[in-house]
Design a protein around this ligand. Structure first.
Ligand code: NAD
Length: 513
């Protein structure tokens, strides 16, 4: 077991670090437009049909052409994972963990290279990309350690000469379906947790960010992870997703993404396919509609900074993003003014040039966000932004509405973009009612100096990750195990001590000596 500590973030204010990421970006630029295969078992398969991944800051720039699976290849991938399970499930936990430690170390050595792909394919600025890469490294080290811990569970009582033992064993074939917004960290974390526990998987990356996933696959191959343990299968969610989820050999699904897709997977997985021998397990981490409450005792400058960072970091495209600032009326105008004063610093432009704000991920996302902005204009007062920026790339101006009714659509529905709703409440009681009025329950934050309000929020603010006097984004592996309540998902708590248990089952043996 290694001592776990979080991978430090890079300080790009230092000239040498800025030079390092620029040089990595130049290297990645040399690799743009390449074709990537599927990896099924030991086979490298190129298909005629491809997913064309483009730069969200410039849709004409192709990041890569990624081979696209059809149903036949999906079937082959599941079958290969099923065959490989026989051997991989018998590999010692320590050996399985070793692949993760090795991959984490190699990724650390090439940290800026991975971050540069995140800048170009996902539209993250340097610090956001660096945090994504650091989290991927953390997940690998943390879950490797966790597997070593699970391999030696506390033992059972010996009764009447009977020797009782418990052991965690893997489940079988998993389907891993990650989102595009943490295309390295979440994708890698979901994958390695599923395989370090002795399962084999089919990894279907998000269609907007398949190249980053391909780079991760290359890394897994480089550290010698046996063929067929992770089968890389890009393809349309709709076209192959349902098939993978419904397959009789699929034992579990590890999903992170929207509520709509998560619920569909949960429903499909519940149906037993002919020949299926188990009840499928589903871990589904889904959307959020996260709030920050500010009461009249709060440090208002800190609150404004926390709201801005949580609402507009990575253009609001985090499940943990603050999309509702719920402020008591005594300080409501003052908090809005402080937030507006901070906004001019959030200049917008190319992630490669490290602007604080960049584009949203794709055209469809931009259109959805702009539709919500139009809805907001009917429901509340627009005080900032409210439109697309420029013609090239998918840029939406940071947008703020005030006097948003708590039951307005922009108050209740996940927009997943740079749109913040200010909601005025009479007092803290009303604030607590409003925070709990959505179907989600992922993150939240309270700015206050009132101990009683902190105590009450711990009881009544119904979210999986609740923060005080700090932003509601930026959960760290092992520090803030992450996952939400209600329609935010099954509260799997990624980066926490229970997580690996989701992908194993416990076997008890009782032997008379
Ligand atoms: P999405 O639901 O559109 O897609 C997620 C994944 O599901 C993608 O890989 C997609 O290709 C796949 N998919 C789509 N249809 C499918 C189907 N029928 N069967 C199987 N797979 C299918 O989500 P997204 O746009 O990639 O990500 C954004 C969403 O993810 C937001 O709602 C955000 O809040 C959520 N998210 C949640 C967490 C969390 O930990 N709770 C973390 C990150 C993102």
């Amino acid at each position: 077991m290694k001592n776990f500590s979080n991978e430090p973030f890079t300080n790009f204010a230092l000239a040498e670090n800025a030079a390092a990421i620029k040089s990595a970006l130049a290297q990645v630029r040399q690799e743009l437009g390449k074709k990537y295969p599927l990896y099924i078992g030991g086979e490298t398969i190129y298909t005629d049909e491809v997913i064309i991944s483009t730069n969200p800051a410039d849709e004409n720039e192709v990041i890569g052409n990624v081979s696209k699976a059809n149903l036949e290849l999906a079937d082959k991938a599941i079958d290969t994972a099923f065959q490989t399970f026989n051997n991989w499930s018998k590999v010692e936990p320590g050996e399985r963990a070793m692949y993760l430690f090795k991959a984490a170390e190699l990724m650390r050595q090439r940290k800026h290279y991975f971050s540069a792909w995140l800048v170009l394919e996902a539209g993250k600025n340097w610090a956001e990309a660096d945090a994504d890469t650091a989290e991927a490294i953390d997940f690998m080290n943390y879950y490797a350690n966790e597997m070593l811990r699970y391999a030696n569970p506390p033992q059972l009582v010996t009764v009447n000469g009977e020797y009782n033992k418990m052991k965690y064993i893997p489940l079988g074939v998993g389907v891993v379906i990650p989102p595009w917004n943490f295309p390295l960290a979440i994708m890698a974390g979901m994958t390695v947790a599923s395989v370090v526990t002795g399962n084999t998987v089919v990894l279907k990356p998000a269609s907007a960010t398949p190249v980053i996933a391909a780079k991760f696959m290359e890394l897994l191959r480089e550290v010698g992870l046996p063929d067929g343990v992770v089968n890389y299968l890009p393809g349309s969610g709709g076209a192959i997703g349902d098939y993978l989820v419904s397959h009789k050999l699929t034992r579990f699904i590890n999903f992170t993404g929207s509520k709509e897709v998560g619920l569909r997977i949960s429903e499909l997985a519940a149906k037993v396919s002919p020949g299926q021998k188990w009840i499928k397990r589903v871990a589904a981490e889904m959307g959020g509609k996260d709030s920050i409450i500010v009461d009249e005792t709060a440090d208002l400058d800190k609150a404004a900074q926390g709201i801005v960072a949580s609402a507009f970091g990575f253009q609001g495209q985090k499940c943990s993003a603050c999309s509702r600032a719920i402020v008591v009326e005594r300080v409501y105008d003052e908090v809005i003014e402080k937030v507006l004063t901070l906004m001019p610093k959030l200049t917008q432009g190319s992630p490669e040039e490290n602007f604080p704000m960049g584009p949203v991920i794709e055209k469809r996302a931009m259109e959805k966000i702009l539709e919500y902005i139009e809805i907001g204009k009917q429901e509340a007062s627009l005080i900032l932004g409210g439109e697309r920026l420029g013609e090239k790339g998918w840029f939406v101006k940071p947008t703020i509405f005030k006097d948003v009714p708590p039951t307005a659509r922009i108050s209740l529905e996940e927009i997943f973009g740079p749109v913040l709703a200010f909601i005025k409440v009479k007092d803290f009681d009303e604030a607590l009612q409003v925070v709990n009025n959505t179907e989600y329950g992922l993150t939240g934050s309270l700015y206050t100096r009132n101990r009683e309000n902190i105590r009450r929020a711990k009881e009544e603010f119904n979210v999986g990750n609740l923060y005080f006097n700090r932003k509601c984004t930026g959960a760290l592996v092992g520090v803030h195990p992450f996952g939400g309540f209600n329609m935010s998902g099954t509260c799997s708590k990624a980066g926490g001590i229970d997580y690996l248990g989701l992908f194993m089952q416990m076997k008890i043996t009782s032997e008379v000596l």
